[in-house]
Ligand binder design. Sequence first.
Ligand code: CDP
Ligand code: MG
Length: 145
Amino acid sequence: MAKPDAVQRGLVGEIVSRLEDRGLKLVAAKVIRIDDELAREHYDEHVDEPYFEDLRSFITSGPVVPMVWEGQNATRQVRRMIGDTDPAEAAPGTVRGDYALDLGRNVVHAADHEDPGANEREIDLFFDDSELVAFERIDETWLYE
Ligand code: CDP
Ligand code: MG
């Protein structure tokens, strides 16, 4: 998901391009506003953290672009491509390492690949089943052996 800072800074296209160029397949996307209730559900495991109020305020502050990407090990590969949570530690070449400086403005969210249910849970929070579009990219035979 492109967070409000990514939308305001015009970085949505850059984020989409990076994942597309890698060969991942975009099967759902939209522009929405997250309200307090959705913020609490989405960041369920963070609600008791000291930073939660700032996080809630930030994530509800402007439009976001949730997306669903598919491909070989997509969840893991997206996490690698977005980089460490803290942009100060994120490697150059990652989205956060190239486009952010501050932990509270780290441009993108992605489901945690180490939490087995996270992906499905987050897709269900943001999309109806009918909004996910199954299709084949024309280059799939050149992306996969
Ligand atoms: O987003 P990611 O899964 O990499 O990190 P997280 O540990 O699940 O934290 C979720 C989000 O909370 C981060 O992306 C930050 O926006 C925010 N956060 C924060 O503002 N301050 C912290 N000390 C930790 C997280
Ligand atoms: Mg997380």
